[in-house]
Design a protein. Structure first.
Lengths: 224, 468
């Protein structure tokens, strides 16, 4: 989190992590598409060998607060391929929350596990405690065959501390709930750490309401 | 270890910190000149902090005329100063000039922040009917007719056209900012990546170096252990052999045939053990580089004959034909005679050991040359010199050495037949010692082998001639 008092802005950095081809980029593209044009900046793509890093800003969300502070969300993806570990660490720096996009296919279980271990290791490397930072998990590609069943996921959710979301990012399903969940958990964490409501007068409820109003839950409602 | 990360805040959050970091001045200048050429309207691009990034304009006759008066010049400076300080938040602002002209100031936004602005003008709004009173009032000595005719000659732009032109230019500049930002981020990320990879490699190298040093230390320990143990084993063994010989010679009374036979076996085995310990000691000394060589001129014929007569009994027992051939021009060798014999005898004994019944072995000597200072470096190859040498060859028709094992046969304790049920005895030290002894003589040892056909060892050693 970064506070720019001159610009009266509070910036929160959110990173989409996960194995190669799990749908991180698709999530971000869908979100960019589902966000009103005046609410988000251009989608920036940085090409790396055989992979890419994507990011865009969700522009200052104005919340009724006595300080007039606005909240800016920055959404990043990391390149998933193993060889781009250094880039992943760079992108992870100063992250406030992480959405881990897992591939629901049974054949990808090992890739998910490796990538999640890599996330934890990289967080530790850059001085972030993986047990502290909010991490939510999205099981993507729910429309494919040979996937882990809903029952399995429910059981996983019950056992793990992380919240699990389900999505079909290619069709835009589940990407908004994932983002909202990530923002909610991240904000609650920042609130506990910094007392944002007391300090800046920004309440979680008003922030979430404002952000939800900028997003369309049903992809069919918007064309852009 | 906490890694050092780049201080590029703009990389961590992907923000544009300063417009001039991402906007290429040449590109902006070109866009503005093209805009001026198309519409005849002056353009200035100003960064958020007030720095002028591009300025394309041509003084209008009206401006030149007004600037020729002291008060006109002051009023003009004030207006231009004011215009440069106008920083609109989201939408364009039209700033009027006392002359009746106007300036169109438009913000350049990126990621929802104003990062700079541009000014189009001066131009006269097409909607203005006539020059304002402030034009003529600027200086009492102003000639109204001249001023008004210059005013008429000013470019005229309708308000909505000005807005469209500004919107177009704004879009173009914002695209330039976007692509400039992307290039900046990509290159910053590349550099940060290279630095990060370098850090990783440096750490790995450090770990490798540490483990290499540890291994070297262990290797030294092993050599000194070998030397100590061999030495300690030899002392009691020498006594055993000595007393056995005394018993055999009848010093303690007459022996029965059976006793003599047993003592003979004891002495034979003890000699074998002493030989092995001697080799271990040699290896220890060679590895610790403490072996002293007493070099002198050695006759190749004598050397090979001596070795030949030593192995003849063993060869004869298995009907192996031994052939010794010494080329007439073979010079004398320069080396330690005891060690040279050890080298050749070692190879010859191996040849006998691995050659089947009825096979053949050859010990050959011939003149040759050897390069000194042969290394991989360019200089070394260029400045190496050739010396007269003796080439000794030990050839057998034995079982041969599999290709993948050839590179390892000179390793200490290595045996091709490494299983627990080894057909041939030995500790795997002979070849390693031979190789190290050849090295200590500045010589070279090479092996070629074909499985089922035989093995050829070629040793090239410096000749004595060069040593006078």
């Amino acid at each position: 989190m970064q506070v720019d008092f001159a610009a009266k802005e509070l910036t929160v950095k959110l990173v989409y992590y996960g194995p190669a081809l799990s749908g991180k980029t698709t999530n971000l593209r869908a979100l960019h598409w589902l966000t009103t044009p005046e609410t988000c900046g251009e989608l920036m793509t940085l090409e790396t060998q055989n992979d890419r890093t994507l990011f865009f800003d969700m522009l200052p969300v104005t919340v009724d607060s006595k300080t007039g502070l606005k909240v800016r969300l920055k959404l990043f993806t990391v390149p998933g391929q193993v060889m781009h570990d250094a880039t992943r660490r760079l992108v992870l720096q100063a992250a406030d929350g992480v959405a881990f996009v897992a591939d629901s296919q049974k054949s990808e279980a090992e890739a998910n596990r490796e990538s999640f271990a890599n996330l934890k290791e990289n967080l530790r490397e850059i001085g972030i405690d993986p047990e502290e930072i909010p991490i939510i998990i999205q099981f993507n590609k729910r429309d494919l065959d040979e996937i882990r069943s809903d029952e399995e996921l429910a059981e996983l959710a019950a056992r793990s501390k992380a919240t699990i979301y389900k999505a079909i990012a290619t069709r835009g399903y589940g990407v908004v709930p994932t983002l909202l969940g990530l923002i909610r958990e991240t904000w609650n964490h920042l609130e506990r750490q910094h007392g944002l409501e007391d300090k800046f007068g920004i309440g979680a409820v008003s922030l979430m309401t404002e952000i939800e109003s900028k997003l369309k839950h049903d992809p069919r409602l918007r064309e852009r | 270890m906490t890694p050092e990360y780049p201080a590029e805040g703009d990389l961590i959050l992907g923000d544009v910190v300063r417009l001039e970091h991402v906007l290429d001045r040449d590109a902006v200048g070109k866009v503005c000149r093209s805009f001026f050429a198309l519409f005849g309207l002056p353009v200035r691009v100003i960064a958020h902090d007030g720095e002028l990034l591009a300025d394309v304009h041509q003084d209008r006759p009206l401006c030149r005329y007004l600037n020729s008066f002291g008060s006109g010049e002051r009023a003009c400076d004030n207006t231009v100063g004011d215009v440069r300080n106008v920083a609109p938040a989201r939408d364009s602002v039209v700033h009027p000039c006392f002359s009746g002209a106007a300036y169109h100031v438009t913000p350049i936004e990126y990621q929802g922040r104003a990062v700079g602005r541009f000014v189009i003008g001066p131009y006269v709004p097409a909607e203005a009917d006539e020059a304002p009173a402030s034009l003529l009032a600027v200086d009492p000595s102003l000639d109204a007719r001249t001023a008004l005719s210059h005013f008429e000659a000013m470019p005229r732009v309708a308000r909505d056209v000005a807005a469209k032109l500004a919107a177009h230019l704004r879009g173009t500049l914002e695209i330039l900012v976007f692509s400039g930002h992307r290039t900046q981020l990509a290159s910053t990320m590349q550099v940060a990546n290279v630095r990060e990879n370098y850090r990783e490699l440096a750490e790995k190298n450090e770990r490798l170096r540490a483990s290499f040093e540890e291994l070297q230390e262990l290797d030294k320990l092993k050599s000194s252990f070998l030397a100590t143990v061999s030495h300690e084993l030899r002392t009691p063994l020498t006594s055993i052999i000595g007393y056995t010989e005394m018993l055999e010679s009848g010093a303690a009374g007459t022996l029965s045939d059976g006793q003599s036979e047993f003592l003979g076996t004891i002495r034979h085995k003890a000699d074998q053990l002493l030989g092995l310990i001697g080799r271990l000691l040699d290896l220890g000394r060679l590895e610790a580089d403490t072996m002293k060589l007493h070099k002198e001129a050695v006759d190749a014929r004598g050397l090979l004959s001596d070795v030949g007569s030593t192995i003849v009994p063993a060869a004869n027992r298995r009907n192996i034909v031994l052939d010794i051939d010494i080329h007439d021009d073979t010079p004398k060798l320069f080396g330690d005679p005891v060690r040279l014999r050890q080298i050749v005898l070692n190879l010859a004994e191996n040849a006998v050991k691995f050659t089947p019944e009825g096979g053949n072995i050859a010990l050959l000597a011939a003149p040759g040359t050897i390069d000194t200072g042969v290394g991989g470096g360019l200089g070394e190859a260029l400045f190496s010199s050739s010396r007269t040498a003796v080439v000794l060859t030990v050839r057998d028709s034995g079982r041969g050495i599999p290709e993948e094992q050839v590179s390892r046969i000179f390793n200490a304790f290595y045996q091709i037949d490494g299983g627990t049920t080894r057909e041939h005895g030995g500790a795997g030290l002979g070849l390693s010692i031979a190789k190290q002894l050849v090295d200590a003589h500045d010589g070279r040892i090479e092996v070629t082998s074909v499985v089922g056909e035989g093995t050829v060892f070629v040793i090239t050693l410096p000749a004595a001639e060069d040593h006078g």
